[in-house]
Write a protein that binds this ligand. Structure first.
Ligand code: DAH
Length: 509
């Protein structure tokens, strides 16, 4: 474990640890930089990463530091203006106010302030327009005041900590800070690096500093010499910032996976339009015109265009016959009077089975076709139902296609998606035999219904002039997606909840 940590250390991290080991486990970054001959920035960045691994502790202290400004330096070298007056008074004793500047070699702008300080320090008094030296002044000629001592000191050492126990510094600073622009006060951060218990254990194991390859050259790759180099190991479990690469929406992802399965099974893909005639959606599928599914409360009828064109007269007549008396299908039909006006109505398709009907009208068997698309039903929106959803529909037509083949295809399809499937007898107007497919949910130990399938009836096939058996199926997609995503509410698929979408895997299992 500790050895792993050592193996993952960068060269700079190792150098900092080594230095701390030799410096009794703690030191300033400056000292480490000096003894390891490193840049201070490299020391600090290595310290940051060592601290994040809990190998060292970085202690930070902020100090206030004082130093001389340019004017401060000038005064330190040439003396404060009141000192220069004092030096002039030393010889003269009394100097008229007006001559003071010239006598002391001061700029006129400095004189007023200088007199102020002269009086404050009691070095002189003013007497009828003259400035006269005092006893205090005389004894100060060879004795520097605390502000002057601080100026000298700063000139010598350049900077000092403000919080200093020395009386000289605090007194001097209190005086100097009253004058503008002599002293600069700056905050300086000081760091102390200290090995933690973990860090100590690590250096006890022994850290070896050796040459490690960081960037491989073309040459090393070509000659194979990369095989003999030392590499730093890295922690593949280390924390990393989260990234959210662009990816397909999970519903679209499911659709794409389904498409791939059928394409790989050799099916051709077809498409229809969502606006369909009742003829293709219902009539052609031998769904009687008074069938419950056709009711307004189940199906969306379109106002504009209210009617759509029907296919060839021949096909329409054959479908009419199938409904009315069975035509040449060997069936008795439904035995009612078929209304072409009802068949012409435009609807939003209620299933994709109409795509299969249209495909059969235009293609001769043998064939395998699938299509994926949106379908529409008048449903109240709930956690289980939406008024529009997707289906995958398919047909397989050939002389020797049987009901068993149909079940085999469906089994294969669901297995590829990772589900167990079973079949229950069912009824659809357009198929015989008919089944419902159910898949098994191991977590809940239940089966749920996902679609229908069956062999198209002669009443469907004969008008379309199809002479082979046709196995057909139509399966819901949203429920499958919900199972794959483990969500309980179908609306989630259409909510575009960005937080949820971001955290989904790019590829679903
Ligand atoms: N159209 C049916 C539905 O929407 C599903 C279906 C059942 C499609 C049997 C078929 C089929 O092709 O043969 O529920």
């Amino acid at each position: 474990m500790l050895q792993n940590i050592i193996d993952e250390l960068t060269l700079y991290e190792k150098m900092v640890l080594k230095a701390l080991e030799s410096l009794n486990y703690e030191s300033s970054p400056e000292k480490i930089a000096e003894i390891q001959n490193m840049d201070i920035k490299a020391v600090m960045s290595a310290a940051g990463s060592l601290a994040s691994k809990d190998l060292i502790e970085v202690q930070k202290d902020v100090d206030e530091v004082i130093s001389l400004s340019n004017t401060g330096k000038e005064y330190a070298e040439e003396g404060l203006p009141e000192r220069r007056i004092l030096m002039a008074l030393k010889d003269e004793e009394v100097i008229p106010m007006k001559d003071l500047g010239t006598a002391a070699g001061l700029h006129p702008s400095e004189v007023k302030v200088a007199i102020g300080w002269l009086l404050k320090k009691k070095w002189a008094v003013i007497d009828k327009g003259n400035v006269r030296i005092t006893e205090e002044g005389k004894s100060s000629v060879s004795k520097e005041h605390s502000d002057e001592l601080l100026l000298d000191k700063l000139l010598e050492v350049q900077k000092l900590l403000l919080f200093n126990p020395s009386k000289l510094i605090s007194e001097g600073f209190n005086l100097l800070k009253k004058r503008k622009g002599l002293i600069d006060v700056k905050k300086e951060s000081k760091y102390n690096l200290k090995l933690t218990e973990n860090g100590k254990q690590l250096v006890e194991i022994g850290i070896e500093i050796k040459e490690q390859a960081t960037q491989l050259t073309h040459e090393q790759l070509k000659t194979g010499s990369w095989k003999n180099l030392e590499y730093r190991s890295y922690d593949v479990h280390a924390e990393h910032p989260e990234t959210f690469p662009g990816k397909m929406h999970p519903l679209q992802r499911t659709i794409e996976d389904i498409r791939q399965i059928f394409l790989k099974m050799g099916f051709t893909e077809s498409q229809g339009s969502i606006l369909e005639s009742a003829f293709w959606n219902f009539d052609c599928l031998f769904q009687p015109q008074d069938h419950a599914a056709r009711e307004m409360q189940d199906t969306f009828y379109i106002k504009e265009p209210k009617y759509v064109n029907l296919p060839s007269k021949e096909l329409v007549e054959k479908v009419a016959d199938a409904h009315e008396n069975g035509g040449y299908t060997g069936s008795e039909g439904w035995g009612y009077s078929w209304d072409v006006e009802v068949a012409k109505q435009s609807v939003l398709r209620t299933h994709t089975t109409c795509v299969s009907a249209r495909f059969l009208a235009e293609h001769k068997p043998p064939l395998k076709m699938f299509s994926v698309g949106r379908v529409f039903r008048r449903e109240t929106i709930t956690y289980k139902h939406l008024p529009e959803f997707h289906q995958v529909e398919g047909i397989v037509a050939a002389d020797d296609i049987t009901f068993r083949n149909l079940l085999g295809i469906l089994k294969e399809f669901y297995h590829k998606l990772g589900f167990e499937v079973r079949f229950r007898p069912a009824y659809f107007p357009y198929t015989y035999l008919s089944v419902e497919c159910e898949i098994y949910l191991p977590d809940k130990q239940t089966w749920i219904e996902l679609g229908g399938a069956g062999m198209f009836r002669p009443e469907v096939l004969e008008p379309l002039r199809i002479e082979t058996p046709v196995a057909a199926f139509g399966l819901g997609i949203e429920r499958l997606a919900m199972l794959r995503l483990d969500i309980k509410d179908i609306r989630m698929l259409y909510k575009s909840d960005i937080g949820w979408l971001r955290h989904l895997p790019v590829k679903m299992e």
